[in-house]
Design a binder for this molecule. Structure first.
Ligand SMILES: O=c1ccn([C@@H]2O[C@H](COP(=O)(O)OP(=O)(O)O)[C@@H](O)[C@H]2O)c(=O)[nH]1
Ligand SMILES: O=C(O)[C@@H](COP(=O)(O)O)O[C@H]1O[C@H](CO)[C@@H](O)[C@H](O)[C@H]1O
Length: 324
């Protein structure tokens, strides 16, 4: 009980000074603070032809052409089978194919792989990750996330928070219905094992920014374990007081179905387990299984693999041959 009380009072102490809203970071003030700091926006995109172009267009128009806050817009084409790359290029992004980055390394998959390859293929001092399936994107997503990093040298990581309605087939937003894996898996795990992170209201949100120098020091879990893994690993590396949160208002995106979220939940649980093991907090007589038997509506069963791998800290690939 003592740990819980201590951890939650730590969150209360942290929350005020480390939480803000996007409106507190106006772009003209950020331009005064930017100096020679460069900013890369990296969008992981798998089959996002219907949304990626609009997001890139807003960033380019408002944050490159109107006010040069952003120096690089990179879309990582994550094995798309649609016109994601074409839409992104038309809108003005540089596009790299996930498997074309550091091609001598073994192929890995998933969102975490796309983000790690995006970090490797970009160059900004600050890196902003933004999902490419957003339907609520605005330039304030970027300015809000880089604000604390440009103004406060002691902040190394900024995570978005927002209201996340669920929008189903009827197109009617259900307030608070989004972030299903967040509510059912990530938030309970964080409160059980990393309660000092409980102040992050949207731990799985796909929008966050950090200093390259920090991101290059942590591993990237593949698939959908990446957000959970980064939060825990960055807490370990830089400490809670170097982490901040900015309220971007609300976030709507293309929702996956329940079976997909079941697989995502498995990946996140295995990520949490790997961190607990790495921190010496659990020992397994045998490792947790990474298969999941999922049941369809017609009684059909599907055995899926929810195992995750991880890429090492990019900084560890320091040898020339590792990077070429
Ligand atoms: O293998 C993958 C899976 C996802 N994504 C991208 O990562 C972001 C978040 O993925 P998704 O929308 O599937 O997750 P959700 O938001 O539904 O949890 C989106 O821009 C996806 O296109 C990716 O680049 N590669
Ligand atoms: O937050 C969540 O529970 C999931 C699913 O969101 P929804 O229930 O479809 O709104 O979405 C997030 O989780 C993924 C895993 O961390 C991230 O990669 C996604 O960017 C994020 O949207």
């Amino acid at each position: 009980m003592e740990t819980d009380v201590r951890a939650l009072s730590r969150v209360q102490e942290w929350y005020g000074p480390h939480s803000s809203t996007a409106a507190e970071w106006p772009v003209d003030a950020l331009m005064l603070a930017k100096g020679t700091t460069t900013v890369s926006v990296v969008l992981p995109a798998r089959n996002e032809e219907s949304t990626v172009g609009d997001i890139v267009t807003v960033i380019r128009r408002e944050l490159v052409e109107q006010v040069p806050l952003v120096d690089e817009i990179l879309v990582v084409d994550s094995n798309s089978t649609d016109a994601t790359a074409e839409r992104a290029r038309e809108a003005g992004a540089r596009v790299v194919a996930q498997n074309d980055v550091l091609p001598h390394l073994p192929v890995m998959t998933g969102k975490g792989e796309a983000l790690w390859k995006g970090l490797a293929a970009s160059s900004g001092d600050l890196v902003v990750f933004v999902d490419a399936d957003l339907r609520s994107f605005g330039a304030h997503y970027i300015s809000g996330l880089v604000g604390p990093l440009l103004v406060d040298a002691d902040i190394h990581f900024v995570k978005a928070t927002y209201e996340r309605p669920y929008i189903g087939a009827d197109g009617v937003p259900q307030r608070g219905g989004g972030g299903r894996v967040t509510e059912l898996v990530a938030r309970p795990l964080i409160n059980m094992f990393w309660p000092e992170l409980a102040g992050f209201a949207q731990p799985l949100g796909g929008e966050y920014a950090a200093r390259r120098s920090v991101l290059e020091q942590v591993p990237f879990v593949t698939e959908y374990g990446v957000e959970f893994g980064l939060l825990v690993d960055l807490l370990d590396l830089v400490g809670l007081d170097a982490m901040a949160q900015v309220d971007l208002g609300h976030r709507t995106h293309t929702h996956q179905d329940m079976a997909a979220l079941g697989r995502m939940a498995g990946q996140i649980m295995l990520t949490a387990w790997s961190r607990l093991e790495g921190q010496g907090r659990v020992m397994a007589s045998e490792p947790p299984a990474h298969t999941l038997l999922q049941w369809g509506l017609d009684g059909d069963a599907d055995l899926v693999d929810v195992g995750v791998a991880e890429r090492p800290p990019l900084a560890s690939l320091v040898l020339e041959e590792d990077l070429t």
